[in-house]
Design a protein around this ligand. Structure first.
Ligand code: NAP
Ligand code: ZN
Length: 347
């Protein structure tokens, strides 16, 4: 076994604290990674606090992982010790169902082994995430990371990056499109960067007036303070697409009314509370309200390679492990520019 230092949530109400893990020795198709950085996603907070349902404690969160390969199983071909590698939101899947064959493993119909608060394919061994010094992952769920890239700024691509890239690609967003990004946090700031890189006109909807300057620096051409209803009026029927990254309950209606006929609003923000949806803004204009879940292995590697080529990285604040609980509070308060990333050397 491989001893690893970590931080774990031990109950919904208590702060995370130092924790010890034993990672398994590599199986023939496993990759052992010494973690360099792990991002803090709002999903870590929802899970650490059992906001989406009961979490299995102790839980080591973290699914935005980058590091160096230190050992490989004998069947591993794509990695060797010394290579850089990334791990995202899942560490295994059945490999045989239709979504797995299509490399959309996040929708595996048998068993997705999520990176934490899940189980390995045996259905019993708990998975533990990237707030840790080491992780052992099946090769097919490990991504290649180019040498020389800013690793701390790459880590959040493994969730915030792919979650925003995937729907923009699926709905073929590009030149000539006007898109809206709701919420300027970890996911939101990457949606702005990708939207702009793909050639779209980007409007940010935010509850934080202080974020306007950042939104424009990130590439947005317009900013709407979403706390005032009348601010939506000039945009009625003008947008092709909206990506909603908000982590808490909020009214979808004002956003839907800014869509053109047949426009699409994709929810990636996963508020734990139910939402009322008024039918009329969907009926009028035949608008669509849908969702999207991270991305599969093929698209995640494609997104990383696109980012390396275009030098698209996350804006991060690197913190030591001792600052994790404070970072949670600041993330909830919307006070993050725009992703906290833990330096794994500090565990
Ligand atoms: P984050 O960094 O905390 O950003 C969320 C942003 O939403 C905040 O910065 C804030 O932006 C806005 N917001 C927060 N509370 C709000 C409220 N009550 N009303 C209106 N706006 C509010 O979170 P994140 O890491 O980007 O994650 C966002 C959500 O996506 C979470 O629910 C997370 O679990 C989910 N997620 C989903 C997937 C997926 O595959 N679908 C993947 C990763 C994460 P402003 O200050 O600009 O208003
Ligand atoms: Zn995430």
């Amino acid at each position: 076994m491989i001893p690893a230092k970590a931080y774990a949530a031990v109950s919904a109400a208590k702060p995370l604290k130092p924790h010890r893990l034993e990672r398994r020795d590599p199986r023939p198709d496993d990759v052992v990674i010494e973690i360099a950085y792990c991002g803090i996603c709002h999903s870590d907070i929802h899970t650490a606090r059992s906001e989406w349902g009961p979490t299995a404690y102790p839980c080591v969160p973290g699914h935005e992982v980058v590091g160096t390969v230190v050992a490989t199983g004998r069947h591993v071909r794509r990695f060797k010790p010394g290579d850089l590698a990334g791990v995202g939101c899942f560490v295994d899947s059945c490999g045989a169902c239709a979504p797995c064959r299509a490399k959309e493993e996040q929708f595996c119909t048998r068993h997705v082994a999520f990176t934490y608060n899940g189980t390995e394919l045996d259905g019993t061994t708990p998975t533990q995430g990237g707030y840790s010094t080491h992780i052992v992952v099946r090769e097919k769920c490990v991504y290649r990371v180019k040498k020389g890239v800013p690793l701390a700024r790459v880590a959040p691509l493994l969730c915030a990056g792919i979650t925003t890239y995937s729907p923009l690609k699926r709905y073929r967003i590009g030149k000539g499109h006007r898109i809206g990004v709701v919420g300027l946090g970890g996911l939101g700031h990457m949606a702005v960067k990708f939207g702009r890189a793909l050639g779209a006109h980007v409007t940010v909807f935010s509850t934080s007036p202080g974020k306007e300057r950042d939104a424009r620096k990130l590439g947005a051409q317009a900013f709407v303070l979403s706390t005032k209803a009348t601010n939506f009026e000039p945009l009625a029927g003008s947008l092709d697409f909206i990506i909603d990254t908000v982590s808490a309950k909020h009214d979808f209606t004002p956003y839907l009314t800014t869509l053109k006929n047949d426009g699409t609003m994709v929810l990636v923000g996963a508020s734990p509370e139910p939402n009322e949806v008024l039918p009329m803004p969907l009926i009028m204009g035949r608008r669509r309200l849908t969702g999207s879940l991270i991305g599969g292995t093929r698209e995640t590697q494609e997104m990383l390679d696109y980012c390396f080529k275009k030098k698209i990285y996350c804006d991060v604040e690197v913190i030591p492990a001792t600052a994790i609980n404070k970072a949670y509070e600041r993330t909830i308060a919307g006070d993050v520019k725009y992703r906290f990333v833990i330096d794994a050397a500090t565990f």
